[in-house]
Write a protein that binds this ligand. Structure first.
Ligand code: OOG
Ligand code: MG
Length: 256
C-alpha cells in the first residue's frame, strides 16, 4: 500500500498548530526524501489555505556545528510563511511551541528571482539586502530527534524567524563575527564563515535545491542562510539578541 502523503501532511500541520509533540512519522510510515518534500509542500498548502502567505525559504544544516548537534549530514530546506514572522524586538509565547530552540543566522532579501544552478556572483547580484537574523526552530517530534526524511516532512523544523535591519549587501560578508546573547550573556559565538565558508553559498544551494521540486526563488523572498552555531534551547522570560559584525543586531523576547 502506498503511503498517504496528505494524511501525513495533516499530522505535522496539526502538531505545529497545537504545539504538540508527535512520534517520528518514519516509525509508522515509509517514505523517501522526495516524498518528505511532498509532505512538506502539502502541509504548507494547509497554511496557505488558512490565509498565510509564502515569503521565502530557510536553509538547514549549512554549518558543521548544526550537523554535529543533530547528527544529520544533508543540507535541507523549508518553506517560510508570513505567519512565522516575528517582529524584530517582538515577543513570543512559549506555550505555542513544543520545545523551541533559537539559532543565529543571516537573511537575504531578493530583488530578482533565482532559477536553478547559479554562481555565487549571480546569486549575490539578485540580492537586495542582507540582515542579521534569528531562527526559532521547533521540531514537532518527541525529544527533538528525527531522520532527515522526518525533519524535511516537518518543514525542516521551521517555526519562527526574526529579521533585523536590512543592510546593503555589496561588501564582503563572508567572515563576519556573530554573537548570540541570552539576557546579555553570550551563549553562542561564531562567524558567517561557519555557513558553508560563505553564506552566499547557501543562497546558491537554495536556488539549486528548490529547482529540484520545480520552484524558483522569487523576487521579494527572504532566504534564511542557516545557523552558524549549534541551536540553544529557549525558556520563558529570556531575551535573545544576535549581533553580526557590521550589520547590527536583531532581538526578541520569550514572554515570562
Ligand atoms: C533542523 C533545522 C536546521 C539550521 O539552521 O541548520 C536549521 C533542526 O535542527 O531542527 O534550521
Ligand atoms: Mg535554522
Amino acid at each position: 500500500m502506498s503511503v498517504d502523503l496528505d494524511k501525513l501532511a495533516g499530522v505535522v500541520d496539526d502538531a505545529a498548530v497545537t504545539g504538540t509533540a508527535i512520534p517520528q512519522l518514519s516509525e509508522s510510515a515509509s517514505f523517501s526524501l522526495s516524498e518528505a518534500y511532498d509532505i512538506q509542500e502539502k502541509s504548507i498548502h494547509l497554511r496557505l489555505a488558512r490565509g498565510e502567505r509564502r515569503v521565502g525559504i530557510k536553509m538547514g544544516f549549512t554549518s558543521r556545528a548544526k550537523i554535529i548537534q543533530m547528527g544529520v549530514d544533508d543540507m535541507i530546506w523549508g518553506r517560510l510563511t508570513d505567519g512565522m514572522l516575528v517582529e524584530d524586538g517582538g515577543e513570543i509565547s512559549f506555550a505555542k511551541y513544543v520545545h523551541p530552540r533559537v539559532e543565529p543566522e543571516v537573511a537575504y532579501l531578493l530583488k530578482e528571482p533565482l532559477v536553478g544552478p547559479v554562481t555565487t556572483i549571480q546569486a549575490m547580484a539578485a540580492v537586495e539586502a542582507i540582515a542579521p537574523a534569528l531562527e526559532i526552530i521547533d521540531s514537532r517530534y518527541k525529544d527533538f530527534k528525527f531522520t532527515v526524511e522526518d525533519v524535511v516532512a516537518d518543514n525542516s523544523s521551521s517555526s519562527g524567524f526574526v529579521v533585523g535591519p536590512w543592510c546593503a549587501a555589496e561588501y564582503d560578508h563572508s567572515n563576519l563575527g556573530m554573537v548570540m546573547e541570552f539576557d546579555g550573556r553570550p551563549v553562542q559565538i561564531g562567524s558567517t564563515a561557519a555557513i558553508l565558508n560563505n553564506p552566499a553559498r547557501s543562497l546558491v544551494a537554495a536556488s539549486r535545491m528548490v529547482a529540484e521540486v520545480g520552484e524558483r526563488l522569487e523576487a521579494g523572498w527572504i532566504v534564511m542562510a542557516g545557523s552558524a552555531t549549534a541551536a540553544e534551547a529557549l525558556a520563558p522570560g529570556v531575551s535573545v539578541r544576535n549581533s553580526v559584525e557590521g550589520l547590527g543586531s536583531v532581538s526578541f523576547k520569550v514572554a515570562g
